[in-house]
Design a protein around this ligand. Structure first.
Ligand code: PMP
Length: 349
C-alpha cells in the first residue's frame, strides 16, 4: 500500500496568488507599490549578515517594539509568518475536529483553507446585496459547535467596512465562548472615522485582532503579521506556531517598518486619495463599485469577470479575478491606476 495523504485534501482549494507577468502593472495582491523605505532595506541587509544563526526564539525585540508602537499589552501579542499563518494558528488553537468556523463569503480566501487544514468545518455566510458582511446572518449561523468567527474589516475582496455601532451591537450578541477575529489587514487605509479600530474592543476576552506588515508596511515579501488577543488565546496561538517561523530578517524588517511609519502612512494617504479617484472614474464609466475602505476596489462583474480579466491582461495590467463573481484591483501609484482605468474604459461592459 502506497503512502496516502488525507483524502479531504483533494477538495482543498488552492490559494491563488497573482499571475506573474514580466513588465506588467501588478495590481493583484493589494501590496504597497513603489520601493520599500531605505531604512527597511538597510535593516534587512544588516540582519542578512547573521543568517547562519537562528533568530530570537521569542521575537523579543520585535514584540517589545510592537507593544510600544501600537500601545498594546505585550503578553497578549503573538507574531506569525504573515497574518495568514496566524489565521491558521487561531483555528488550530481553538477548534477540535468538526468544530465550526463562520466567515462571510466572499471574504479572504484563506479562511476556508486554514479551517479545513485544521479539520474544522467552515460555514460561509453570503454577503449582503451591498457586498458587505451580513452580521445578522453570521449570528444566525452560530451553533453549539461554533468556536470562531472571522470578520475581515474592511472586507477582502469587496473593500466594504463595518461601522462602530453595528460591530459593537454584533459583539454584544456573540456568545462569549465564540472567538471573534477582527482581521484588519487593511486598517491603515481606513479613512472613515466611524470604522472602528479593533484594538478598542480588546477589553472583551472573546475578541482577537489581526494586523499585517504586508500592506501598509510594505513587507509582503517578508511575511510578518501579529495578533492581539486575550492572554489565553495569545498563548494558545503561540503554542501551535512553528518554531522560528518569524525569521531573523522579518524581525529586523518589522522593527524598521514601525520606525518608518510616518513615511509609510504618507504613502497610504496617497493611496487613499487615488482610491477616490479610481472609484469615481469607474462609476463615471458605468461600473458598479462599492465604496472601499481598503487599498483596492471591487467590481462585481458576474459572468463578465473572465472577459474583463483577459482584457486587462492584454493591456498588461494584472488584477485578481474571482470566477463568475468579480475582480479586485489594487490601488497603486497614479500611473499604475491610469493603466487600469484605461483598460476598464476600453472594455465593452
Ligand atoms: N487577512 C486579509 C483580509 C488579507 O486580505 C490578507 C492578505 N491578502 C491577509 C489576512 C494575509 O496577509 P499576510 O499573510 O500577508 O499577512
Amino acid at each position: 500500500m502506497p503512502v496516502t495523504v488525507r483524502a479531504d485534501l483533494a477538495s482543498l482549494p488552492d490559494y491563488i496568488a497573482g499571475r506573474k507577468v514580466p513588465g506588467a502593472v501588478i495590481l493583484s495582491s493589494n501590496e504597497l507599490s513603489g520601493p520599500p523605505p531605505e531604512a527597511i532595506l538597510a535593516a534587512v541587509a544588516e540582519a542578512a549578515a547573521d543568517v547562519n544563526r537562528y533568530p530570537a526564539m521569542g521575537a523579543d525585540d520585535l514584540l517589545d517594539k510592537t507593544a510600544e508602537h501600537f500601545g498594546l499589552d505585550r503578553p497578549r501579542l503573538a507574531v506569525g509568518c504573515g497574518s495568514v499563518s496566524l489565521c491558521q494558528q487561531l483555528v488550530q488553537a481553538t477548534c477540535e475536529p468538526g468544530d465550526e468556523v463562520i466567515f462571510g463569503w466572499r471574504s479572504f480566501e484563506a479562511y476556508p483553507i486554514v479551517t479545513q487544514i485544521a479539520m474544522a468545518t467552515g460555514v460561509r455566510v453570503p454577503l449582503t446585496p451591498a457586498q458587505g458582511l451580513d452580521l445578522e446572518g453570521m449570528l444566525a449561523a452560530v451553533t453549539d459547535r461554533t468556536r470562531l468567527l472571522f470578520v475581515s474589516n474592511p472586507n477582502n475582496p469587496t473593500g466594504t467596512a463595518l461601522r462602530t455601532a453595528e460591530l459593537t451591537a454584533f459583539l454584544d450578541r456573540v456568545p462569549e465562548n465564540v472567538l471573534v477575529v477582527l482581521d484588519e489587514a487593511y486598517r491603515e487605509f481606513v479613512t472613515d472615522e466611524d470604522v472602528p479600530d479593533g484594538f478598542t474592543f480588546l477589553d472583551r476576552q472573546n475578541v482577537a485582532v489581526l494586523r499585517t506588515f504586508s500592506k501598509a508596511y510594505a513587507l509582503a515579501g517578508i511575511r510578518l503579521g501579529f495578533l492581539a488577543a486575550s492572554l489565553d488565546v495569545a498563548a494558545g496561538v503561540r503554542k501551535v506556531g512553528i518554531p522560528f517561523s518569524v525569521n531573523r530578517i522579518a524581525q529586523a524588517a518589522g522593527i524598521a517598518a514601525m520606525a518608518a511609519t510616518p513615511e509609510l502612512l504618507a504613502r497610504c494617504a496617497e493611496v487613499t486619495a487615488e482610491r477616490t479617484r479610481v472609484h469615481d472614474a469607474l462609476l463615471e464609466m458605468g461600473y458598479d463599485v462599492p465604496a472601499s475602505q481598503a487599498n483596492f476596489v471591487w467590481l462585481p462583474l458576474g459572468e463578465k469577470t473572465a472577459e474583463f480579466n483577459e482584457h486587462c491582461l492584454d493591456q498588461r495590467v494584472v488584477i485578481r479575478a474571482f470566477a463568475g463573481e468579480g475582480v479586485r484591483a489594487t490601488v497603486g501609484l497614479p500611473a499604475e491606476n491610469d493603466a487600469f482605468l484605461a483598460a476598464a474604459k476600453s472594455f465593452q461592459h
